[in-house]
Write a new protein. Structure first.
Length: 302
């Protein structure tokens, strides 16, 4: 029997709420440079809200956000700092908290067409090497195509640590209305689940898409894993982006968030995901500590 685990929520807006400066293109990496104590505080607030898993603030520590030159000169130090801050928060929690070493899409969020298999390991290897001392598990997240998941698998295989893969889903109107669940690359969730079934991943997750498209992906993956007889956990952490968020690039500004995704509304989605087979549940962009506190209480009280 799987045990429900609560993930943390989105880092960036919590950094803003607590007074950190965020601007593009550096985005959340800027907080590591200018206000690392606030990064630690965000981790601590998610833990206090009920998170069993926190993810390192390493999402923007790629050339796409900080540039090639800074990645080469400052990247390793900043990556280590992101690991140290998460580890410090987890170690003072007074209960078991897992630190996930966050491995982002190297060539940009929602931009599968930019994936470069000949260069991806050059960058992933720097993240893995410098997070390894702090991470309990690896989390390749917001990946738009299966090849990105495979790149993460290759990058972490020498560490001996488990890895989770989280794909971001297409969430246009057709998907919201019940179309076959797909990744942002256009590849199907069926194919992603089939890949996961043979990858050695401990968990397949779906993140950074609208809550409305997540349940179908969970049910699809669950059916594939049952058919294949594999034991892989399924996770969900949706975003709160407004409908037009997909129309701008990931480093062009701050997306507006939905006013209708209150703590209670998001928790209702979370209950549906749990019923569909998800055992890791949290939040992505725009889902804060208050959301996590509410959904943790609701899910654990069922």
């Amino acid at each position: 029997m799987t045990t429900l685990k609560i993930l943390d929520g989105g880092m960036s807006r919590e950094l803003l709420r607590l007074g950190a400066e965020l601007k593009q293109p550096e985005w959340s990496a800027l907080a590591l440079i200018n206000s690392p104590d606030i990064v630690r505080q965000v981790h601590e607030e998610f833990i206090a809200a009920g998170a069993d898993v926190i993810t390192t603030n390493s999402y923007a520590l790629v050339p796409f956000h900080i540039g090639e030159e800074r990645f080469a000169s400052e990247g390793p130090q900043l990556i280590r700092l992101s690991g140290e801050l998460a580890r410090q928060a987890a170690d003072k929690a007074g209960r078991p908290v897992t630190v996930a070493g966050g491995l982002p899409p190297i060539f940009g969020s929602y931009e599968p067409e930019n994936f470069d298999p000949s260069r991806v390991q050059d960058y992933l290897s720097v993240l893995v090497e410098n997070l390894d001392a702090y991470a309990d598990v690896w989390l390749g997240e917001t990946l738009s195509l299966i090849a990105e998941g495979e790149a993460v698998r290759v990058a972490v295989k020498g560490t001996g640590k488990p890895f989770w893969i989280s794909f971001t889903l297409a969430d246009d109107e057709a998907q919201v209305k019940g179309g076959e669940p797909k990744l942002r690359s256009g590849e199907t969730v069926v194919d992603a689940a089939l890949w996961a079934a043979g990858s050695g991943a401990q968990a397949l997750m779906f993140n950074c898409a609208k809550p409305e498209v997540m349940e179908a992906a969970v049910r699809t993956a669950s059916a594939i894993f049952k058919e294949k007889g594999v034991s892989i956990e399924i996770g969900v952490y949706a975003n709160a982006f407004e409908a037009d968020a997909d129309e701008s690039a990931a480093n062009e500004g701050l997306h507006e968030t939905r006013k209708d995704l209150t703590d209670d509304a998001y928790s209702r989605f979370a209950c549906n995901w749990a019923d569909a087979g998800a055992s890791f549940i949290g939040g992505c962009c725009g889902i804060g500590a208050a959301h996590i506190h509410t959904l943790a209480g609701v899910l654990r009280g069922r």
